[in-house]
Every structure is written in C-alpha cells, then in structure tokens.
Design a protein around this ligand. Structure first.
Ligand code: PNS
Length: 165
C-alpha cells in the first residue's frame, strides 16, 4: 500500500496556533505530514530557518508520521523529493484566495500529479497571521491564545531589551 504524504509549506515566521490547528486536522487524514519551512533569508525573517524549524518541533513534539524540513527552490520539486502527492495550504479568508489560487494552479502546471488541498482553521484563527503576531508583539499587545507559550518565549527573547515601538 502506498504511503500518503502531505507537505504543509510556509514561512512559519513564527508558527502560530492557526498553523498548529491545520497540522492537527491534517494528521489523521494522511500517513505522513512534512512541514516545509521556506528558506527565505532574503525576506529578512525575524527567525532563522533553524530557529523556525526548532520552534515547530518543540510545539508539535515527537509524533509518528510528522516531520519538519526546510526547502529552497520550487515547492513542487521539494514535494516530489519527499514523495508527497499533496500540498496543503490553510485558507483563512476570501482575501487569501487569489494568491492561493494562483499558486495552486502554477504548481499544478509545474507538476500535474501533485494536488493542492485547502483546509480551514478554526474560526478564531481566521484573522491570525505570523505578520500580525510579530506586529502585535512588537507593539506590546497580548498574544494570549494565538501562539504557543514556547513561541511567546522566543518572541520575548528576540525582542528583549527593546521597548514596545
Ligand atoms: O507562509 P507563506 O509565506 O505564505 O508560504 C509561501 C510558500 C512557501 C508556500 C511559497 O512562497 C512557495 O511555495 N515558495 C517556494 C517557491 C515556489 O515554488 N514558487 C512557485 C509557486 S507558485
């Protein structure tokens, strides 16, 4: 029997409870989930790829059928390398749709055998993004219930000594 592997790609800078909600929903649907962290240092992420990978491993924990990897280059090439037939993306609101639609169709053109599947997170996470998490934290707002405590700790370390903007 073939193993069903799904790639869940993103920047994860940092991982949020919305991402974790998707991972939890996805787990029972496939045999293996590969969380794929984009190596996008040119976008000047707050956390390095190694830090982002470590945070994801810390908050998800050791689970059979779950692993974290980083990738550069085309997502479909990475998916093929790990033997995945499915790319999973979270869809939060209509505003996500156009970008996701373009990516899904481009990826299909590049690799017709790989299917993109969209999953909706819990309603309370539909406005949540890593970008807003960083902004709210930097401005001294509460992230209660939006990121795991471990991620909050990493944000505190990263912003240590900086007064809220
Ligand atoms: O969390 P993000 O930043 O929305 O994730 C975007 C991601 C990583 C899915 C996207 O940037 C990507 O797939 N990058 C890899 C390069 C690639 O394959 N580009 C062509 C896709 S249309």
């Amino acid at each position: 029997m073939s193993v069903r592997i799904a790639v869940y790609p993103g920047s994860f800078d940092p991982i949020t409870n919305g991402h974790l909600d998707i991972v939890a929903r996805l787990g029972p649907l496939v045999d293996e989930v590969v969380v794929a962290v984009l190596q996008n240092e040119e976008k000047r992420p707050l956390f390095s790829v190694a830090e982002r990978e470590a945070m994801i491993r810390e908050v998800v924990g050791e689970r059979p059928g779950f692993r974290v990897e980083s990738f550069s280059g085309l997502l479909v090439d990475f998916a093929q390398r790990v033997g995945a037939r499915t790319i999973v993306r979270g869809l939060r609101a209509v505003s996500d749709f156009e970008y996701e639609f373009q990516m899904a169709l481009m990826n299909r053109r590049l690799s017709p055998s790989i299917e993109t599947v969209f999953m909706m997170p819990r309603e309370e996470y539909t406005y949540l993004s890593s970008r807003l998490v960083k902004e709210v934290f930097a401005l001294g707002g509460s992230l209660d219930g939006l990121v795991p405590p471990r991620v909050l700790g990493r944000l505190r370390e990263r912003f240590a000594g900086q007064a809220p903007a």
